[in-house]
Ligand binder design. Structure first.
Ligand code: 5GP
Ligand code: ZN
Length: 315
């Protein structure tokens, strides 16, 4: 998506990570295995995010990395990002069709033509399963709702930039309530997110977001997103120092999901929603970039922030 600035090749950081055994190649760009050291940092980061939000009383929910086809269609994702979605298909044929598949594979032909949608779409953002589940509970209570989710997400964006993965994890807090409750939530996390990243010794800046909306209608959506300041991002220089990478995002969806799922506040108004998303691989890759490939040699303050003894579980 983004062009590298002259003289800097994001793929060179990828090569360093592969050479250092931090990431493991699979043969598909943007899909990598992770080393024990990498996973340890992801886990500590997860715990740090839990600590940052632990007094808020979020409800912890975990979903597998796919949502129903219907929930996906309802969400509106196809309007904005049809090019990023990944659908799950599987074999539903008879024995003759099975023989045909094996023949195609054997002869190097396309064997996938008969695959049928399995009623599932890979989760594009961790918060997507939350809204239909909350809608099924009925109206929002006066204090609204706050949910903590964590999921692998899929976006079809093959790239040699290691910060642009096709399968990556997103930890999110999701707020549902009045516009005031949602905007206050976003303000709080804008502050907390900056403090958290600063505590890891990483340089950061905040900017309005520039999402890759699809097509000409997408240009209008992108302009609208910027003008209404619906989304901010916390950017850290990672693979290309001149083009910092969005590692956290702070989204205000207004009443979009409220309308889609008919989620209402106690006074009958449409519910608003907001979410803060932490890109777990991106933050981890930023740490490896700035502090080196060996976490044991990271600055003491960074190690203390991540491997602190405070392992109090979420409230
Ligand atoms: P958003 O829904 O705002 O696009 O994504 C939320 C967060 O997920 C981003 O701030 C970023 O940290 C992470 N993210 C988005 N796209 C990618 C990607 O292609 N690769 C990785 N590793 N993380 C991503
Ligand atoms: Zn979200």
């Amino acid at each position: 998506m983004s062009e590298a600035s002259p003289g800097v090749d994001p793929a060179s950081y990828l090569q360093r990570l592969l050479d250092g055994g931090v990431l493991i190649a699979t043969g598909v760009d943007g899909v990598y295995g992770r080393s024990a050291a990498f996973e340890d940092v992801v886990e500590r980061l997860d715990a740090l995010i839990t600590r940052a939000g632990r007094n808020d009383g979020a409800e912890v929910l975990r979903f597998p990395p796919a949502i129903t086809q219907r929930d996906f269609e309802m969400s509106g994702y196809l309007h904005s990002f049809p090019h990023l979605a990944g659908t799950v298909h599987s074999f539903c044929g008879d024995e003759r069709a099975h023989r045909e598949i094996l023949r195609c594979v054997g002869e190097g032909e396309d064997w996938t033509a008969g695959q049928k949608i399995a009623g599932l779409v890979l989760t594009p953002a961790a918060c997507y399963p939350v809204y239909p589940v909350m809608a099924k509970r009925g109206g929002l209570p006066g204090q609204g709702r706050l949910v903590d989710v964590y999921s692998y997400c899929f976006r079809r964006e093959p790239s040699l930039d290691p910060t642009r993965l096709q399968l990556f994890r997103m930890r999110e807090y999701v707020r549902l309530g009045t516009p005031e409750q949602c905007l206050e939530f976003r303000e709080t996390w804008l502050e907390r997110g900056q403090a958290l990243i600063a505590s890891l010794g990483l340089p950061l800046e905040i900017d309005v977001a520039n999402d890759p909306f699809f097509g000409r209608a997408g240009e209008i959506m992108a302009e609208n997103q910027r003008r209404q300041k619906l989304k901010f991002e916390l950017l850290i220089p990672v693979a290309d120092p001149a083009r910092p990478t969005a590692c956290l995002s702070f989204n205000y969806h207004s009443d979009h999901f409220g309308q889609v799922w008919d989620i209402r506040t106690p006074d009958g108004a449409l519910g608003h929603t907001a979410c803060v998303g932490f890109g777990m691989e991106r933050i981890t890759l930023a740490l490896f970039k700035h502090h080196g490939l060996d976490p044991a040699a990271w600055p003491e303050a960074v190690r203390a922030a991540l491997w602190s003894r405070d392992r109090t579980p979420a409230a």
